[in-house]
Design a protein. Structure first.
Ligand SMILES: [Mn+2]
Length: 302
């Protein structure tokens, strides 16, 4: 497979900074060696230019902090993602905080439409990221990015790169969710996204939950984007994230999820976000990110 590595060293969307160093930690954890071992060709490497660090940028609207630099960088990312899909390559996006999904989906949407493919999104996250500037308790855009991609919220976010929503909420499936704000929950229900919570996983067991997610995409998508927030994993295994929440997926479940998604043959792009080296322990979260990418790109134990 031809892979385009698209780095987004940005932490404008989050409260606890440091995920801008995520791409570098993932590189250090051996991403290039992994791709080489799996026989994938790294065809292109991109990192946005002229993005000032958050410390030197203007916060702007307190209800949607740093929206200007986020929109600028995500516009560049969207263009890169669109080009990658157009030329038949696999965009692998490395965050950064989760606000970068705005750019990823903005680029995937027109490229897949052109190919008459229905886009599905597997959103692997402890959180919903489905607030708007009106409901968000923090004003951090990484908590609004999925709502905006589904067409809800500030126009500067919903209209990013191309007009209107980037993905049909009916084609979005969450897995691993365990913390939603009350108004966020209402909006998700109203939008009609599918949510497999940690409670669902506890009730039915991980393998049944997994089958549910796989069936979901087999029925309704021709191309699936996997958006993986490292905070979905239990902090016992992945401590280096902005908002660690106990009770998450374990190490083996996360790997299995990636391996089974790869086997559907539907995955067209992926992103790994919220690796925060400042909060990590000896780069173990980034190393796990690399292992997850490996399974998603065809690695197996035997
Ligand atoms: Mn997230």
């Amino acid at each position: 497979m031809r892979v385009h590595i698209l780095e987004m060293p940005l932490d404008f969307g989050a409260n606890r900074h440091g995920s801008d160093m995520g791409p570098s930690a993932i590189r250090l954890a051996g991403l290039r060696e992994l791709l080489f071992r799996l026989d994938h060709k790294t065809e292109k490497y991109f990192s946005p230019l002229n993005i000032s660090p958050q410390e030197y940028a203007d916060e702007g609207n307190p209800r949607a902090k740093y929206s200007a630099p986020i929109v600028t960088a995500c516009g560049q990312l969207a263009n890169e993602v669109e080009n990658a899909v157009r030329c038949g390559a696999f965009p692998l996006i490395l965050g950064g905080d989760h606000s970068i999904v705005l750019g990823t989906l903005a680029g995937l949407s027109p490229a897949l439409k052109e190919q008459h493919k229905r886009l599905g999104v597997l959103y692997v996250d402890a959180h919903g990221d489905f607030n708007t500037a009106d409901t968000s308790p923090s004003g951090n855009i990484h908590g609004m990015c999925m709502a905006a991609s589904c067409g809800y919220g500030l126009e500067e976010l919903t209209e990013l790169y191309t007009p209107g929503r980037k993905v049909d909420p009916a084609n979005v499936c969450y897995i691993g969710v365990r913390d939603l704000d009350p108004e966020e929950k209402l909006l998700m229900k109203q939008a009609g996204v599918t949510v497999i919570t940690m409670t669902d996983i506890d009730r039915m067991g991980f393998s049944s939950a997994l089958r549910m997610a796989l069936d979901f995409f087999r029925e309704r998508a021709d191309a699936v984007h996997v958006s993986f927030d490292m905070d979905v994993i239990d902090p016992m295994f992945a401590p280096g994230v902005g908002i660690p929440l106990p009770g998450g997926l374990n190490y083996r479940e996360a790997l299995l999820l990636m391996e089974e998604m790869a086997r559907t043959g539907l995955v067209c792009s992926a992103e790994i976000v919220e690796v925060n080296p400042v909060l990590d322990v000896r780069n173990q979260t980034a190393r796990m990110a690399v292992e997850l990418i490996g399974r998603l790109l065809g690695d197996t134990v035997y």
